[in-house]
Design a protein around this ligand. Sequence first.
Ligand code: NI
Length: 261
Amino acid sequence: MLFDTHCHLNDKALNNRVDEVIESANNAGVTHFLVVGWDKESSLEAVRLAKKYKNVYAAVGFHPCNIDDLTDKDFYDTLNLCKEEKVVAIGEIGLDYHWVKDPIKQEKQKEYFIKQIEFANENNMPIIIHNRDAFQDCLKILKEHKPEHSGVMHCYSGSVEVLEDVFNLHLLIGLDGPVTFTNAKTPKAVAEEVPLDMLLLETDCPYLAPHPLRGTVNEPKNLGLVLDEIARLKGLSKKHIGDATFKNSCRLFGIKYEEDN
Ligand code: NI
């Protein structure tokens, strides 16, 4: 049993064939899915998929690139979806200075990041953090507005040196396709260092297809390639890492599961 803790089955690249995507994932041993929203529509779709499919869960929230022209009503209507069944996190939220260079817009990203952390705290929810080229500001905000119910640094791109800061905030590390890229030194070093009880596996599909599928439409069925590389780097069995990360996922997102094997 593997848990893909960050997938976008709500993205148009996958959304018209979710039955097939889930079936081929199941055939590859990927049994559980957390579908993450990035705006109002994608959050609604994540909730719909969670209601429809067994072992599919949802996260709702606004990605930092999706906050322009956002009304308070849409913002809170979307976040309040966290009260629905099988919604287990607020996300993905955070900062993205790669796509947004305008300092005024970056300030707005910070404001919405903080608002969503506070909403998660008030509603007893963990958070899923998106950070791109904004690590220092992201960490500063997280220190000043601590996520009280933990969370994950999704697609962690920071260095080994700052892992300590992340763990002091009781946040987990999500690793995905980049750990498999042949030229990716930092994610590989992070994979070696991160303690097994702080690690989650994710695909971020349809993005970030792992090596050797790089550049194709990614799917949860490819999670095994991420696992293979982490197992190789850590010198541990795939079963050991698969089981540990599955338990971490259930612990973080408050999901009960039967140990049936
Ligand atoms: Ni994502």
